[in-house]
Each structure stands twice: as structure tokens, then as C-alpha cells.
Write a protein that binds this ligand. Sequence first.
Ligand code: SF4
Length: 418
Amino acid sequence: MLCAFPPTLPSLFCFPKKYVGSPFRRKHPAGTDFRRTIMNISDLLHRALRLEWLTPEEGVFLFENASTAELMHVGNAMRQYHVPGNVVTWIIDRNSNTTNVCIANCKFCNFYRRPGHEESYITTMEEYRVKIEETFRLGGEQLLLQGGHHPDLGLQFYADLFRQLKSEFPNLKLHALGPPEIAHVAKLEGMSHYDVLKELKAAGLDSLPGAGAEILSDRVRRLISKGKCGGEEWLDVMRAAHQLRLTTSATMMFGHIETNLERMEHFAAIRQVQSEKPADAKGFLAFIPWPFQDEDTILKKLKRARNAVTGDEYVRMIAMSRIMLPNVVNIQASWLTVGKQVAQVCLHAGANDFGSIMIEENVVSAAGARFRFTADGIQQAIREAGYVPQLRNQQYEFRELPENIVQQELDRVAMVVD
Ligand code: SF4
């Protein structure tokens, strides 16, 4: 019976029989768990629509065998369950950096400089003032503030910085640092993740970005970001943030050296941590997958890892994000890395959010991400895709579009501006 869904799920979730595949036997190498397992695309999609947790192996099976139309249909139906209607949200903020000094040496990163390098910097208060005032003029109210693992910047530095920013700009929201930086500061200070986050929250931290997740498998992390926290540490920081009622997001940077199973295990780890959050915590408010940007990276030069993720594969990953994460409400399409057209298709495959116009972005851009939007441009792109744009804040609450909003001036030679 194809339409036997719980009564809480709308009939939209009935999956047309003509779209579903037939059961067949997978031919995986000897030694894998599912060599003799018969899986069925239709059964798996129906279980996904009932918000059941598919195993990583079942996720691999769907990802490798279901058609893009099947995945999009189910991804979109699950989007309609979590976020009904035709509104697509977006936000105005800027990704500024505390410092580019870093000792983690990630092989995909062109942003960082070693300590003592002539191009190394720590952002000054005067520079923050200029950036924040411009952000307010452009309609934003938040800094997404991140940086490298500076060997000398500990808890006091970040707590003082947050207090100073909040005392000068009481309306400013700080979506700042990320699990790897929290883990780094905790190691420098000999403190727990929980205690570091508690101090930072008291100093003005509003929410914690899901940066630095890459792929949570330690096999992958050893090869691409050995100096960064491990997968379990990343998840433990997020557990601590949820205990403190800090809202967070989760990310995945894929398309380098990971396997499809490692992608699906990443989803499974995120939904597990989400299921452990206190009932009154929002936990992971959003999930944002994006393809590895390879331009001039050591990962490309040494490991020959290239960004070979096609538009079709990205759309399929957005749908898989919905399917594998039934307890995360918002899925964001990364137009910064895939461009306007692919991101628009993602809105029909499970994504309900277009993220930020990113008044400033220095990390992913340093590895080749060239796409940019103005505030007008992002709204137009959402309308073109058939949806209604809605400005939001970091808590995914709707905001009125500020009056007399100034459009960002963008370098149309160096960037692809839509
Ligand atoms: S990605 Fe972050 S942690 Fe890794 S090298 Fe770059 S700045 Fe450092």
C-alpha cells in the first residue's frame, strides 16, 4: 500500500507508483554488511516519509540507486512536512574573521597563515566597528565570526572581545566560533567544552555555527584536517552547546576523499546528537551541505582531490539531507558554492533556506567560491524559483525587511553576481 502514512502526514506524501524503483540486489564488494541484503527503493522512500531513521547503508543504497526525481519528490515532501508553504528564508550577515593565524594546517584551506607570517592578522576593534556599521547599513544585525586556531588566543581574548562588541553594539548578534575553535580553546585552557561555552555565552555568544564538521569520520579527518578536533569532539562540543540552550547548525563539506558511506554516517551522527538535546533546546536549527572547493588547495595538489560534484549530485545530497535528517527542521542550499541555478533547483528537493548574502566571506572564497548575491538579487532568485522570500534572523524567526536598505556594491569582475 503506497499511501499508508500516519494521519499527521499530508496526502502529498503519497508517492506515485510510476516513480518508484523495483527491488534489486546490490553488488557491493565482499565484506560489506549489505552484500546479500535486498533493499527496495520504494520501501526506503516510504520509511523516510514516515520520518524513520534509515541506516547509513540504506542511505547509500538510496543515494546510489534512486533517481534524482524520486529523491527530489521525497525531499520536497519532507520539506513540506517540516516547513509547510512556499516561503524560503534568507538572512543578511557578514562572515568576518577574528584572525587568520592557524596551526591546524587543514589541507583544503587557503585562508590561514602560520604564526609570524607577514600576512597574518588579528582583527582590531576599529576594524570591527567599520564592519559592523556597514553591516547595519546593509540591513544586517549579525556577525558570523570565526578564525584560525591561534596558539596564543585563549578564552580571555574571546570573552573580552564579545563583551566589548556587545557593549558598543547591544543589538548585534554574535553567531561565532565553531566546534573546532571551542575544542582548541578548551585544550589551551585545560577546560571542558561546556565550561568554555558557558563563559562565552555569558560574554555575549548568541549561537554556535556548525563550522569545521567537514566529514565527521576520523579516517577522513586524519587525512584532510589532522590538526583539528576529531569527529567525536565536534559532536561533544555541540552536545555541550545544546545543554546550554545555545542554538547551533550543522554542516558537511563533501566531494573530496570521503566515501558515500562516510557521508551517510555523518548524517547519522548529526541526527543522534540532535535526538539527545534537552526537550526545551532547539539544538541544530539547520543543516548546510556544500561541495569541497578545490582551487589551489594542498588537498588537490597532494591527494588529487578535485571538486567533481555536479549540480545533479548536489541536488541529490540536499534531498538526502532531508531524508537522513528527519529531526532537523531547516535545510540550506549553499548558493555560494554551487551558484544560483543549482541552488534554485534545491528549493524543489528539500531545501527551504537560502542562507546569507554574506556581506563578507574569506574562507570558502579563498578556495574558489565566486558566487555572490545582493539583498535584491537573493530575493529575486527565490521568486524565480517559485517561492516567496522572507528575511529571517539566526533563530529562523521572520524579520521585516529594513526600510531604506542599501544594496551591497559587489566586484562584478572578480565575482559571479546574480
Ligand atoms: S579551516 Fe580553519 S582550522 Fe583549518 S586551517 Fe583553515 S583556519 Fe585553520
